[in-house]
Write a protein that binds this ligand. Structure first.
Ligand code: 9D3
Length: 252
C-alpha cells in the first residue's frame, strides 16, 4: 500500500514529500529488513511511510572471490575493509538522500537528539562495519559520520543499523498514532524529559501476593502524577547518575 489521500494521517505528508529513505551498505543484505519488517516499523514500511534498500558491498569487489577486505598495514589481528571498494559502493549511492553514517564502535554514541535530526531529514545512508574496521582514508575522504550504539561489542554494524533505523522510523509522521505521540506523560516524563520511566502495572491488582501500589487504584490523578514523577526521579538517580545530573541542571 502506498500513501493516498484516502488516509487522513498520510494526506498531509503527500504533497512533494518523499518517504524517508534508508540505504544500507552491507556484506549481509539478507539481514534486512529482519526485525524492521515486523511490528511498527514493518507496518510503516508496508504502508510506504519509509523505504529500505540494501546494497551489497561485495558487488563492488574487483576479484573473482569478491573480497572486500585485506590485511592491516603495520600488522595486527583481523582484516580491514578496502578504501577503494567502500568508495566505489558509496559513489554508487551518492544521489540517495541523507547523510552517510559509518556504524563503528569508534563512533560517537547515538542519542535521541541525533535520532530526531536524522528522522527529520530525507533519509540516511548507512555503511555497516565488519572485520576490524574500515580504512581511515575513506572515512576522511567522504567525511563519514561515525556512530556507535553503545559501549558493548557487536560482531558488525548491521544490528546497529537496524537499531538506528528503528529509532528513526518510529518518529516519522503517521508511524505512531496520536495516542502515543500526544500522550502527556511521554512529554512530562520519560526519556524526552531526561528521566527513566516510572514503573508500570496492569491487572490483576494482586499477583503472587504482590499488590499494585494503592495510589494507582485511588483515582486521584494529581497524586498519581506526583507518585510517577517521584518514581521516575528515584530510578534515574539510582541507575543513571549521568541523566540525573543533566536533569537536575536543567531544572534551574
Ligand atoms: C580488536 C578490537 N576489535 C574487536 C573486539 C574491535 C571491534 C571491531 C569491530 C569491535 C567490534 C567490531 C564490530 N562492531 C561494529 O561494527 C559496531 C558496533 C559495536 O560493536 N558496538 C556498538 N556500536 C557499534 S556500531 C558498529
Amino acid at each position: 500500500m502506498t500513501p493516498t489521500a484516502a488516509n487522513g494521517a498520510t494526506a498531509a505528508v503527500m504533497t512533494s514529500v518523499r518517504p524517508w529513505r534508508a540505504t544500507v551498505l552491507t556484506i549481509f543484505p539478507d539481514m534486512f529488513p529482519g526485525p524492521l519488517g515486523q511490528s511498527l516499523a514493518g507496518k510503516a514500511l508496508d504502508a510506504g511511510l519509509w523505504s529500505l534498500d540494501t546494497v551489497d558491498l561485495r558487488d563492488f569487489a574487483l576479484d573473482r572471490h569478491r573480497s572486500v577486505d585485506d590485511a592491516p598495514f603495520g600488522g595486527g589481528v583481523g582484516m580491514v575493509i578496502r578504501p577503494d571498494i567502500a568508495d566505489a559502493a558509496l559513489a554508487a549511492i551518492d544521489e540517495r538522500p541523507g547523510p552517510t553514517v559509518y556504524l563503528s564502535p569508534r563512533g560517537r554514541v547515538l542519542d535521541q537528539a541525533r535520532v530526531r535530526m536524522l528522522a527529520e531529514g530525507p533519509g540516511v545512508k548507512l555503511l555497516c562495519g565488519r572485520f576490524e574496521g574500515l580504512d581511515q582514508r575513506v572515512i576522511e575522504a567522504r567525511a563519514l559520520e561515525e556512530i556507535s550504539i553503545g559501549d558493548f561489542v557487536l560482531s558488525g554494524g548491521e544490528p546497529a543499523a537496524i537499531a538506528l533505523i528503528d529509532a528513526c522510523v518510529r518518529l516519522l509522521p503517521g508511524v505512531i498514532g496520536d495516542a502515543g505521540a500526544l500522550d502527556e506523560d511521554s512529554f512530562a516524563l520519560g526519556l524526552d524529559a531526561g528521566l527513566l520511566e516510572y514503573p508500570h502495572y496492569t491487572r490483576p491488582a494482586v499477583w503472587q501476593g504482590r499488590a499494585v501500589p494503592d495510589v494507582l487504584l485511588s483515582g486521584h490523578h494529581e497524586k498519581i502524577r506526583l507518585w510517577r514523577r517521584q518514581q521516575a526521579e528515584r530510578v534515574t538517580e539510582e541507575r543513571r547518575p549521568d541523566l540525573w545530573r543533566r536533569y537536575m541542571a536543567g531544572r534551574n
